[in-house]
Structures are given as C-alpha cells and as structure tokens.
Design a protein around this ligand. Structure first.
Ligand SMILES: Nc1ncnc2c1ncn2[C@@H]1O[C@H](COP(=O)(O)OP(=O)(O)O)[C@@H](O)[C@H]1O
Ligand SMILES: [Mg+2]
Length: 268
C-alpha cells in the first residue's frame, strides 16, 4: 500500500487495540499507561480528550506522530500503519502544538515556519489569524521579524500557546493535535480558535487535549480517559446522559465556575 502523503491523505486516524508502556532505561517495560485503546477518528472530525492528570492523554496523542511507538496494536492513518509512513510524510501530515510551547531564539518568522520553511508568508498570516496571534504580532513594531527570546520568555503564556498553534497550522497538516495548548486562553478566544481551524484547512482532523469541559463541549466527540483506558465516548449531551464520571467532572467544573460552555455559547 502506498504510504499517505499530505496532498492525498484524508486524515482518518484509527487506534486498533493499542496498548503502550514506557520503557525504562534498563530496557524493561513500565506498567502500561494505555490499555486496549480502540478509537476511530474520521477525516474532518473534531475530537476532545478529557481525563485527570496522568490519565494518558498526552501519551495517546503522542503516539500518532510517533514520539513513541505502540507496545501492542497499531495506529493507522488512511489504513496505513504510522510505522510504515516515512517520517517526512508523517511530519507533514500530523501537526502538533504542546502545552509548553517550544519556541527558539530567532525571529518570529523563523519560529512559525519551523516545520515548513518553504511556505508563503500568506499561509503563515492566515494561520496566525486562525490561531489568534495575528493581532498581537502585527502590533509589535518589528512584526514577523520580532526577536523571540530563549523559550519565548518575551511572550506571555497565552501568546506562546497561540504562536505554537500558529506554527502547527503553518505546516498545513491534515491532522492537528493541540495537547493542552489552549489552557492559557480565555474561553471565548479558545472557542474562536476552534471555529477558525476547520476554515483554515478544509476537512482537517482535529484532536484537542483539554482540562476544561468548556474546551471540548462543542466538539463532535469527546473521549474520556481514566487510568489509560477509554471509559466513555460521545458528544457532550451523550456523555451527560451516560457517564457518571463525565457528570462528576461537569458538575465540579460548573461548581467552581470554570465551565465556560456558557461563555463559549455567548462568544459565538
Ligand atoms: N517519559 C515517561 N516515562 C515514564 N512514565 C511516563 C512518562 N511520561 C508520562 N509517564 C506516565 O504515563 C502516565 C500517563 O501520562 P500522560 O500521558 O502524560 O498523562 P496526561 O497527559 O493525561 O496527564 C502517567 O502515569 C505518567 O506518570
Ligand atoms: Mg498531558
């Protein structure tokens, strides 16, 4: 089978009975942090991942660009095992923005085109608009030539996250993973970015890892992880009906005033 490339890929991601354990320096496997994950994400779908710290959300999404390889089972993109996709293709197909945005010393253009130095500025501008960084960047006198200090220290946490999303979009991937990378944004900015991403790349498959229900409430599907296992899956209404754990999270976040599902609605 021909491995997918970014021109032709549809962006269907399937976890087929995936288990994963970290390997210790002595070569032995730790206890598994992901167990029997079965999950199909269709092209263009927006899927959220919720679960307590340590539930395995990052481990799960990091397996797609092969930061680690599965211990059992397989992950496919358009029916091809990711281990059979050349690294360069995989890097073009799958974009990822991490919570701790990785920024390098250099100017903004260098940082934002890091994965795709050949792309036109216009693509970067559109990516920046979608990720809500265009406004603050164009307010800096040097704009895209503005220097970035080590670890992006001259930008706020929310700005670094938006720059990190901008970079992931600038490579024009077909699958984008935002691993806790909107946590420093207020709910209305987060909602705006979520709505802008599918407009930026038609039919892009989007995976959001989030702490707050507000970040996933409007998505097509929410996957609830607990101790490395999928314990519930569905949209917000379905999970409210069916999952006691989801209800619990929803109520605790509502109770502490964090749930901004309401804000998201207002922001639309
Ligand atoms: N590099 C690592 N080596 C060993 N264990 C790890 C490593 N990174 C994470 N873990 C463990 O894997 C489990 C899942 O972690 P993670 O996927 O980061 O959870 P989440 O993103 O849901 O907070 C946790 O028990 C965590 O301690
Ligand atoms: Mg994580």
């Amino acid at each position: 089978m021909v491995p997918p490339d970014v021109e032709t890929v549809g962006g269907r991601v399937v976890f087929d009975n995936v288990s994963f354990a970290f390997r210790r320096p002595d070569g032995e496997l730790d206890p598994p942090v992901l167990k029997n994950i079965n999950l199909t994400i269709e092209p263009g779908e927006q899927v959220g991942f919720l679960g307590a710290t340590g539930a395995g959300k990052s481990a799960l999404v990091n397996l797609i660009p092969r930061f680690y390889d599965v211990t059992e089972g397989r992950i496919t993109i358009d029916d091809v095992d990711v281990r059979d996709v050349p690294q360069d293709n995989l890097r073009e197909i799958v974009g990822i923005a991490l919570q701790e945005a990785v920024l390098f010393q250099g100017d903004l253009r260098f940082n934002l085109k890091f994965g795709a130095p050949q792309v036109e500025d216009d693509v970067m501008f559109e990516a920046a608009k979608a990720a809500d960084s265009y406004g603050f960047v164009t307010n800096i006198p040097q704009q895209w030539e503005a220097p970035v200090a080590q670890r992006g220290a001259n930008f706020s946490g929310g700005q670094r996250q938006r720059l990190s999303i901008t970079r992931a979009l600038t490579t024009q991937p077909k699958v984008i993973i935002l691993d806790d990378s909107t946590s420093a944004l207020d709910a209305s900015t987060e909602g705006r970015v979520q709505e802008a991403i599918p407009d930026f790349t038609n039919n892009i498959t989007t995976l959001y890892v989030a702490q707050r229900i507000s970040a996933v409430i409007d998505l097509d599907k929410i996957v609830l992880l607990e101790n490395g296992e999928i314990v519930a899956m569905g949209n917000h209404e379905e999970l409210l009906e069916s999952s006691p754990l989801y209800q619990e999270i929803y109520e605790s976040q509502l109770g502490s005033g964090i749930t901004a599902g309401l804000d998201v609605e207002v922001a639309k």
